[in-house]
Design a protein around this ligand. Structure first.
Ligand code: ADP
Ligand code: MG
Length: 423
């Protein structure tokens, strides 16, 4: 065992240049390589990719990596290919490849060159790919962003639901599922759907002690946000709005107020969208006003605030969206503006959906309203939602929310006192 440990550290250094594993990476990799199914729940930035990249690089055969977004896959393939002097260590397999390219990928796999094969779930069902993959040596299967399997997650993708039966057709190999989502419901759903109820579960804390959580009543919200951002002049931040129209309007309003801001939503021309995102990443622009289409896979370390102009639809998505602040460990101020009327609008919107979707949506909404209205530590509330206990007095980051630094009881008392005095 100890020899093996030393060996893994050596491989880590050799391929990634890191001298130590982060969190539970080493245990995860050991277990996967010993043939166990493993389930990894780690917040964004925790280092999940390495948990399958390293074992793939040092195992015989090809690891299949299922990932939901082509852009994310391409980034990873480039990164992995950069780790090795050989070409073709990692490939993406999808329908955008022409015949020659597909043949190249197949050849590299047959030669044993390709250690990681990234596929989107909808590609994996293609007869042509299935037939090929059945006949080659597969080391294991990794399912990244595994919460996409669950309707209770923040990014449900129906194509993820049949993964289990597809993998079973390809090979009888260990499976590693990874996600940055940790609500017990989603976790349960993932394990059941993937037939991984016996998997070893590795869960790390989802606490982000450097983020300050705050909820404000949505009154004079335009002015409030302009004021907030002006106080943080030159700092990077994201403002999330529900609708594309609001995104455009508010980005304009910020510009008129001398704030260097740009809009981002899925309705913008692709070129403009990418350009705006790049300007934000390159610090040519301070603030991005966006719908929730913005953010997945964005890794900007110094985002100093995340503001929700409109309240989020679930606590899960709120956690993911605010999680983009303070990646570098520095300040990350998260403010959400709450108006019960907005919640009513969302309820009306859900009323038009099919029953199952509506019920899930309403329950998620209830939980996020609970967050808005609670007088307890917001960090405790979020972590409880993720199945974690948090000590609101001594826990790491205990003072970092409006309710904890300025307890509502005191506020109420002052208000009551004022009323008394006015009488
Ligand atoms: P996740 O998928 O969990 O969000 P990533 O796999 O993208 O996280 O990793 C986040 C960052 O952590 C990356 O920049 C990666 O290079 C770095 N990282 C991962 N493992 C280690 C390690 N053992 N030592 C140092 N940095 C690491
Ligand atoms: Mg990841």
């Amino acid at each position: 065992m100890s020899a093996k440990k030393a060996n893994l550290s050596g491989e880590l250094k050799k391929y990634f240049g890191f001298s130590t594993f982060k969190g539970q990476q080493e245990k995860i990799i050991e277990n996967l390589m010993n043939g166990k199914d493993v389930f990894v729940l780690m917040p964004t930035g925790g280092g999940k990719s390495l948990c399958y990249q390293l074992p793939a690089l040092i195992s015989e055969g090809t690891a299949i990596v299922v990932s939901p977004l082509i852009a994310l896959m391409k980034n990873q393939v480039d990164a992995v290919n950069g780790l090795s002097s050989d070409d073709g260590v990692a490939h993406v397999l999808n329908s955008s490849l022409n015949k020659t390219q597909t043949k190249q990928v197949f050849d590299d796999i047959k030669k044993g060159k390709t250690k990681l094969l990234y596929v989107a779930p909808e590609s994996l069902i293609k007869e042509e790919y299935l037939d090929f993959l059945k006949d080659v040596k597969i080391s294991f299967c990794a399912i990244d962003e595994a919460h996409c399997i669950s309707e209770w997650g923040h990014d449900f993708r129906p194509e993820y639901r049949n993964l289990k039966s597809i993998i079973d057709k390809i090979a009888d190999v260990p499976v590693i599922a990874l996600t940055a989502t940790a609500t017990p419901k989603v976790q349960d759903d993932i394990q059941k759907t993937l037939g991984m109820t016996n998997a070893l579960v590795f869960k790390e804390s989802f606490n982000r002690p450097n983020l300050y959580y705050e909820v404000q009543p949505k009154v004079n919200v335009d002015k409030e946000i302009v004021r907030f951002i002006s106080r943080h002049k030159g700092k990077s931040g994201i403002v999330y709005c529900l609708s594309r129209r609001k995104v455009e309007e508010f980005a304009q309003l910020l510009q008129v107020n001398g704030i260097n801001a740009l809009p981002y939503h899925a309705g913008l021309d692709q070129k403009i969208r990418v350009a705006n995102q790049d300007k934000f990443l390159m610090e040519e622009v301070d603030v991005i006003v966006a719908t929730i289409a913005f953010g997945m896979g964005i890794d900007k370390p110094d985002v100093r605030f995340v503001i929700h102009y409109d309240f989020p639809k679930s606590l899960e998505s709120y956690y993911q969206e605010t999680g983009r602040a303070g990646r570098d460990g520095g300040e990350g101020h998260c403010v959400a503006y709450y108006d019960p009327k907005d919640i009513e609008k969302l309820e009306k919107f859900l009323a038009q959906k099919p029953v199952s979707e509506r019920e899930i949506g309403l329950q998620l909404l209830n939980e996020v309203v609970g967050y808005a209205e609670t007088s307890m530590s917001r960090r405790q509330y979020i972590l409880y939602y993720f199945g974690e206990n948090f000590d609101p007095v001594n826990g790491d980051g205990a003072k970092m929310c409006d309710n904890s630094s300025n307890p509502p009881k005191l506020k109420d008392a002052t208000n009551d006192l004022k009323k008394v005095l006015e009488l």
